[in-house]
Design a protein around this ligand. Structure first.
Ligand SMILES: NC(=O)c1ccc[n+]([C@@H]2O[C@H](COP(=O)([O-])OP(=O)(O)OC[C@H]3O[C@@H](n4cnc5c(N)ncnc54)[C@H](OP(=O)(O)O)[C@@H]3O)[C@@H](O)[C@H]2O)c1
Length: 264
């Protein structure tokens, strides 16, 4: 039977577009009170308006989560204004498609900051409250890049691999509690992530799936109690194929990229 999310308090980061917006709207449609955040106020307001059609108590906070103090303020505001956080969705993130030969340490740090340190900080701020109630869900949006090491994205891949390792270890630590962890592995989902500036072109041309497919995948995983979900699902097979023979996977990927370049 599907979970009843009525009156659940859900905090979604990065809800101004893409998957965060899709998840926020679906939770609101299912009766949850949604708290959401991002930097672009006008985009966040559009999502909030749609959420309030179903869930009038939903609210938003405009914040830049690369600032640790803003993360702390968000956690405090969410607890105070929502009353509690039953479901935390760490979704905010930025891409960084840049060949390793053009990377600099400051760029790598900035990617780690928003993609890894900010969700960890938010999780650690809200976890004590979940532990007190012995209940809660933490949904961390990683990426297939964490397990498949996409070429030309070493900084991004590392930030998402860190999210995965942290989440898996956290899931074990919390296994005997009432808190559940879900790690989400989007493959290629049709969002603005691929048109953001300061990124090199996407190397592998894979057909993206719509945000609705990702949202369905997350709700399906919540229903089944899974600890991870890949969307589209075939990426799970690619990840186990890579784990079975890393050298073959890396050399095959390098050849694929070289062939693509050669064919223009
Ligand atoms: N699309 C894919 O195929 C794909 C694949 C693997 C993983 N992912 C992951 O999925 C998550 C959502 O991405 P998306 O594809 O839905 O792309 P998106 O539409 O660009 O969404 C990213 C969200 O993160 C927010 N954000 C970025 N920097 C922020 C900051 N400093 N402070 C607060 N919010 C910030 C953005 O809002 P503002 O710009 O308004 O701040 C936006 O709401 C990301 O973690 C991404 O890495 C996506």
């Amino acid at each position: 039977m599907a979970i009843d999310f009525t009156d659940q308090r859900v905090l979604v980061t990065g809800a101004s577009s893409g998957m965060g917006a899709g998840l926020a709207e679906e939770f609101a449609r299912q009766g949850a009170v949604v708290g959401m955040c991002a930097r672009r106020q006008h985009r966040l307001d559009e999502v909030l308006d749609r959420c309030r059609e179903h869930s009038p108590e939903s609210r938003r906070w405009v914040c830049d989560l690369s600032d640790p103090a803003a993360v702390d303020r968000l956690a405090a505001a969410a607890l105070e204004e929502l009353g509690r956080v039953d479901i935390l969705i760490n979704n905010s993130g930025i891409p960084k498609r840049r060949h390793v030969s053009r990377l600099d340490p400051a760029t790598v740090e900035s990617v780690m900051n928003i993609n890894f340190f900010s969700p960890v900080r938010l999780t650690l701020a809200l976890l004590p409250h979940m532990l007190e109630r012995d209940s809660g869900r933490i949904i961390n949006v990683s990426s297939v890049a964490a397990t498949l090491s996409s070429p030309g994205e070493s900084a991004y891949d590392a930030s998402k691999a860190a999210v995965t390792a942290f989440s898996e270890s956290m899931a074990i630590d919390l296994w005997q509690t009432g808190i559940r962890v879900l790690i989400v592995y989007p493959g290629l989902v049709d969002t603005e992530l691929f048109s953001l500036p300061d990124n090199e072109p996407v190397l592998a041309a894979i057909e993206p799936v719509p945000v609705s497919e990702l949202v369905d995948g997350v709700f399906g995983a919540l229903d089944s109690g899974a600890v991870q979900v890949y969307v589209p699902g075939y990426f799970a097979d690619l990840a186990s194929g890579k784990a079975a023979n890393v050298e073959r996977f890396l050399s095959g990927t390098a050849k694929f990229i070289a062939d693509q370049k050669a064919s223009g």
